[in-house]
Design a binder for this molecule. Sequence first.
Ligand SMILES: NC(=O)c1ccc[n+]([C@@H]2O[C@H](COP(=O)([O-])OP(=O)(O)OC[C@H]3O[C@@H](n4cnc5c(N)ncnc54)[C@H](O)[C@@H]3O)[C@@H](O)[C@H]2O)c1
Length: 406
Amino acid sequence: MVTSVCVIGLGYIGLPTAALMASKGLRVLGVDTDAGVVSTVNGGRVHIVEPDLAGLVREVVARGALSAHAAPSAAEVFMITVPTPLTAERRPQMAYVEAATRSIAPVLKAGDIVILESTSPVGSTLRMAGQLAALRPDLRIPGDIAIAYCPERVLPGRILTELVDNDRCVGGLTTACTERAAELYEIFVRGQVIRTNAPTAELVKLAENSFRDVNIAFANELSLVSDRHGIDVWDVIALANRHPRVNILKPGPGVGGHCIAVDPWFIVDAAPEQARLIRTAREVNDAKPDWVMAQVTALATAEPDLPITCFGLAFKAGVDDLRESPALEIAERLAHAHPGRVAAVEPHITAPPKGLEAPLITLDAALARGGIFVLLVDHSVFARVPAARLAGARIVDTRGLWRRGR
Ligand SMILES: NC(=O)c1ccc[n+]([C@@H]2O[C@H](COP(=O)([O-])OP(=O)(O)OC[C@H]3O[C@@H](n4cnc5c(N)ncnc54)[C@H](O)[C@@H]3O)[C@@H](O)[C@H]2O)c1
């Protein structure tokens, strides 16, 4: 039975996972290369906003069940949760995983388990094993060390709940590796822990986010087709979804965040000739901000005296996360194209993000100033705006909140 785990990378995934495991009786060592993260966690505090996380971290650090460190030390399980962003050429950036792997090699001993959780291209777990084997020729890897991949599929804002309730798939390099890693997850996961192999588990994660991206691209493309015909896409979707086997998602200004807009490229990079639909979906979603810009530009040119207000900057409703946000991209481009005319409303942040040359104003002030309203995020406060307060405004509504006759 496992009693100690070393988690490498204490971000949105690593810190909640570490704290949860510590609350289930495991001794958890958290490791981060960011000294600020280490001292924050050791102070019983958190550097990320996530419901219930602050209280949990305070409690497990106070009991000594979780401690943070600058470098790994001996444990029975090593879990790698470091970033895997895209390079400028839209290729997987595996340098963090490689550095994390290098950092654990000196402290590994026979009987340990190494689990990669970072979203990674197919073959990464095997490459990680190869890297460890080269650094530790005294160990049989896999054999003396169990090696597995286990993707993370939590929703920010519900991480602590979903870490427990979601099903997990665990894929080892051998069935023995799978079994040993799965036993760790069974300590804290209430969902099913499903056994598979490493490449399957790697592709499962990429497939999940690509599925979402392709389906959103379908909705986005349909919005362009509907517009071409002068038909309201939201009517089309509502009526088509009456079909018992049709469930069209909602169009929007594009796709953002650090998962859905990123992970499909990992599939395209490794199988460019096969992944034609996945690539096209990425391109369709990435092009949607251009279409929104064209709509606003037509209005802004026709009536050059009207102010322009962007409603929402976050990458999706109900969050303050601006990473890869198409709404922010559109606001920045509009502010650049129409200096002095653009303002933005984003109820979840207090100051304009760096790069946005437009003031942040309140919802009330925005509605009062009238002009061109560009609805970019379906935040609930925007859904509650009475129709009377929109009267007279020229509206570009990318989320279907402010349609006629709603
Ligand atoms: N955040 C999510 O909602 C989510 C969901 C599913 C999967 N993922 C995947 O999980 C992985 C981690 O994502 P995240 O959002 O937690 O990232 P993050 O940026 O929030 O945190 C990563 C942490 O790792 C640290 N780090 C980097 N290199 C290190 C090293 N060599 N040793 C120790 N620490 C190191 C960083 O300082 C940072 O604190 C990524 O592959 C991501 O795609 C994230």
